[in-house]
Structure formats: C-alpha cells, structure tokens
Ligand binder design. Structure first.
Ligand code: FO1
Length: 311
C-alpha cells in the first residue's frame, strides 16, 4: 500500500503503518514542497520527520527534529550574526550535511533518502514524492513568500490568499512512487492526517498522480487532520478559513472529493459523518488522536480495515 505523508501528524500514522505492515507492503511517499536550501544545505523537513519517527528518534514534544538534541551550532551561528530563524540541531545537522554531500555527488533525492533511512535501520520504503525540486510558496497579505519563512519565521501569521507549488508541473513522481502506483496488487492508498493544502496538495499537484490514484482501483482513505474544528498542530484550520472554507471535516471531505473514497474522522466529531456520507464519501469515526505508539498502530489497522471494506 501507499501512504502519502507530510511531517509531524503524517509521520505518526506512517509509524503506525510501518508497525503493522511488512516492509515490502508499504511505500511512504513524503511531501517535499517544504524543502529548502538553507546555509548551503538541502533541508527536507517532512522526509526527516518521517525518517526520525520510523527510526524511533524523533522529539515527540517539539514534533520535529531529534530527541535529546543540543544547539551548540545555532548558538555559535548566532554569535557570528548568521541566520538564526531556522533551528538546525547539532545532531540533525549531520542529516542535512550528508544529504547535501551525496546529492552533490550525483545521487538522486530518492537514492539518498533510501540510503540515509536505511542507515538509521528503517526497513520500509521512505520516498520523496519527486526527485525534481518542488517548492511551496504562499501568497499573503504581506506578500509572496517561500514556505519555511512563512511557517517558521512568520509563525504562519500572514493571511494566505493562495498557494503555489512551484516546479510541480515540471516534476515527475519519484520512481518508488510511480512503481507503487502501478503495482497491480496495490491494496490501498492512505492519506495521512497531514495538512491538505501544505502537505498533500503538493503531492497531488505532480502530473498524473491524481489520475493514477483514481485509475489504480485501490481504495483511497484520508485521515482528517481536523479534530473538533481545530488542527491538532499547525495552521490547517487557519488556512481553511483564509481560503474561504469553514474549518472542519466537511471541508476536508470537500477538498478530497473525487479522489478519496473514505474519510477517517475523530469519534468526537461523529456528528459530522451523516453530511459527508450524504455527499457520497464513506466515513469511519474513531479515536484519531495518536498519543502512544499503540494509538498509532491501532489507527493504522483501522485505516487498513476501513479501506478493505471500500474495495
Ligand atoms: N519548525 C519550527 O517551527 N522552527 C524551526 O526552527 C524548525 C527547524 C527545523 C529544522 C529541521 C527540520 O527537519 C524541521 C524543522 N522545523 C522547524 C519543522 C518544519 O519547519 C515544519 O514542521 C515542517 O516543514 C511542516 O511540516
């Protein structure tokens, strides 16, 4: 099966899926629209969030980066007057340096991601959505800006009027993504509880991806990142409102209509199910907030069962 994932929230379900599926049965395709070149290094936040989560190394409080991190590099950089708005931990830094070095040597992002996740003991396939650069830009009331300055430096405060996935039209799905989509035994596609606009849409913006998902015949289920009208983390609800939707599961369902067969929502939002089902999308209402590893594995199993029932 294929999991489409962004960073923090998506990585939790990706971890659960990796817990319950054999390595050969799961390809985790990760958004690269958040990637950026910083201090001469290629930083791939969502790939790293998924990689660190699967390796059991992520900082669960912060939601990104490594547990037990130290910040000597940032302190030294700040002393020199360097750009200190984006925090690269001392240990995390090794990932960006080594990735950038291997890319400069001619390897693709897919190859480097497979090598580095393998080095951390991950057996499941973690693949970038594309090997060609795609960069998310936001048009806001304070101007157009790249994703990380919007997200980290401006703390998502600017009001967004539109999003642009620059490069997507000229990019191709990565080899692992294309191969997984073309597998005749593809059993399901799960869209993790990631931000639909910032994390999933860049993947769907790649030429042919939405069509291939529809043509695959495999059931496609999405896990809503909205619980009780709020995003558990990040700006999903704020963005929805700014883009003219009422933040909630109905808006997530409307966003994915025509692509997704079933939506997983939180049990506390079960009252949302009837309207979504009436509009033609199946709904599973279950405990969708993942706190423990057991929550992650249980939700993964429930998503797979739900998808199986939609065949
Ligand atoms: N998020 C922050 O809010 N502040 C940071 O300084 C920051 C640094 C950072 C470094 C490496 C990395 O892999 C992720 C990092 N993130 C940081 C998270 C990242 O900006 C976002 O969580 C994702 O791009 C959204 O999915």
């Amino acid at each position: 099966m294929i999991a489409l994932s962004g960073g923090v929230g998506g990585a939790k379900l990706a971890f659960g899926l990796a817990r319950v599926l054999a390595a050969g049965d799961l390809t985790i395709v990760v958004n690269t629209g958040d990637d950026f070149e910083h201090l001469g290094l290629l930083v791939c936040p969502d790939i790293d969030s998924v990689t660190y989560a699967l390796a059991g190394l992520s900082d669960r409080e912060r939601g990104w980066g490594l547990a037990g991190e130290t910040w000597g590099f940032m302190a030294a950089l700040k002393r020199l007057g360097g750009a200190d708005w984006f925090n690269l931990g001392d240990h995390d830094l090794a990932m960006h340096v080594e990735r950038t070095r291997r890319l400069a040597g001619g390897r693709t992002l897919s190859q480097v991601t497979a090598e580095l996740s393998g080095a951390l003991g991950i057996a499941h396939r973690v693949a970038p959505m594309s090997d060609q650069p795609v960069r998310t830009f936001v048009d806001t009331d304070t101007g157009r800006m790249a994703f990380q300055p919007y997200f980290v430096r401006e703390r998502c405060a600017p009001v967004v009027s539109s999003l642009d996935y620059v490069g997507a039209q000229d990019a191709r799905p990565s080899p692992a993504f294309s191969e997984a989509l073309a597998r005749p035994d593809l059993s399901a596609i799960v869209i993790c509880p990631s931000n639909p606009y910032l994390s999933v849409d860049p993947i769907l913006a790649l030429p042919g991806v939405a069509e291939a998902i529809r043509a695959s015949g495999a059931p496609c289920v999405a896990v809503s990142p909205i619980v009780g009208g709020q995003a558990l983390k990040g700006p999903a609800a704020k963005l929805m409102a700014e883009l003219g939707a009422v933040p909630g599961n109905a808006a997530v369902a409307a966003h994915y209509r025509g692509l997704v067969d079933g939506l997983v929502i939180d049990a506390g939002d079960a009252a949302d199910a009837a309207a979504i089902e009436a509009a033609g999308m199946a709904v599973l209402a279950t405990a969708s907030v993942m706190v423990t590893d057991e929550d992650r594995a249980r939700l993964a199993c429930e998503c797979l069962d739900f998808a199986g029932r939609l065949v």
